[in-house]
Write a protein that binds this ligand. Structure first.
Ligand SMILES: NC(=O)c1ccc[n+]([C@@H]2O[C@H](COP(=O)([O-])OP(=O)(O)OC[C@H]3O[C@@H](n4cnc5c(N)ncnc54)[C@H](OP(=O)(O)O)[C@@H]3O)[C@@H](O)[C@H]2O)c1
Length: 233
């Protein structure tokens, strides 16, 4: 078991639907959190809501090469970190002929390259017994037409997490790859390109967050899409 009441957790993507719900659940479990996002005003309002549990806030664009390391450094400088949860991401929809270079760059940079850079930086500060959780997606397990770049990025992230988990096992640092099904955060309504197909109703963000925080507390080592059954409310 990981005692979250003693933990300081950096939540990356804390301004998002899933990241903010995870931050709230971590604080509910007694953890202190540092919050990273891009939008400074939403970061400030979440920090106001969570009050004294917030150790630091840091606004950075994760697609620039030094962004992920800067976020880790700022949080670790404020107080020693127990773990990092990465819930930043974007999605794009549409066929391959319509996939332009800017979209391809943004999806791969934020959903695959930034998590790798974040992990590299986090390894230097996460102690034995600590954790890194990366929010991948169900499309890492079943790639979908019309979401090829997003599916490829998430499958790449899950492969990276699997390899990293093996590398870090001896150091006692846990890597949790999280692959939620569709969740009602509004992500699909603000894609960087294209338009979402009609989707069935997704899971509630707070239920997904509760499941992620439970997995952190219970020292789970993988959280596939099937691990969210029963997370509908
Ligand atoms: N919602 C779903 O159905 C679903 C399902 C499976 C997996 N996921 C994954 O879950 C994660 C969170 O998604 P969500 O649904 O919570 O989406 P969301 O509400 O749109 O949140 C996205 C987060 O990513 C941050 N972000 C976007 N571009 C950034 C950049 N260039 N630099 C730094 N931060 C950036 C946003 O920060 P700002 O708002 O401050 O810009 C926000 O905090 C993503 O990785 C997504 O792929 C989502």
């Amino acid at each position: 078991m990981t005692d979250l009441a003693q933990a300081h957790v950096l939540v990356v993507g804390a301004t998002g639907g899933l990241g903010s719900a995870i931050a709230r659940r971590l604080v509910g479990a007694g953890a202190r959190v540092s919050l990273a996002g891009r939008d400074e005003s939403r970061l400030r309002s979440l920090a106001d809501e969570l009050g004294a549990a917030v150790v630091a806030t840091v606004a950075r664009d994760l697609t620039v090469p030094d962004g992920p390391a800067a976020v880790v450094e700022a949080a670790a400088a404020a107080a020693p970190l127990t773990g990092v949860v990465n819930a930043a991401g974007v999605v794009a929809f549409g066929g391959i002929e319509d996939l332009d270079d800017d979209t391809l760059d943004e999806v791969l940079l934020l959903d695959l390259v930034a998590p790798i850079r974040l992990a590299r930086a986090a390894l230097g500060v996460i102690p034995q017994g600590g954790f890194l959780a990366q929010v991948s997606a169900v499309v890492a397990e079943r790639a979908l037409p019309g979401m090829a770049a997003y599916s490829a990025a998430k499958a790449g992230l899950t492969a990276f997490d699997t390899a990293l988990a093996g590398e870090l096992r001896r150091r006692g640092i846990r890597v949790l790859d999280v692959r939620p099904p569709h969740t009602e955060t509004g992500l699909a309504s603000r894609p960087v390109a294209g338009q979402a197909p009609r989707l069935p109703r997704g899971l509630e963000p707070d239920a997904v967050a509760a499941r992620v925080v439970q997995a952190l507390a219970d020292d789970e080592r993988d959280l596939p899409s099937s691990g969210f059954s029963g997370s509908s409310d």
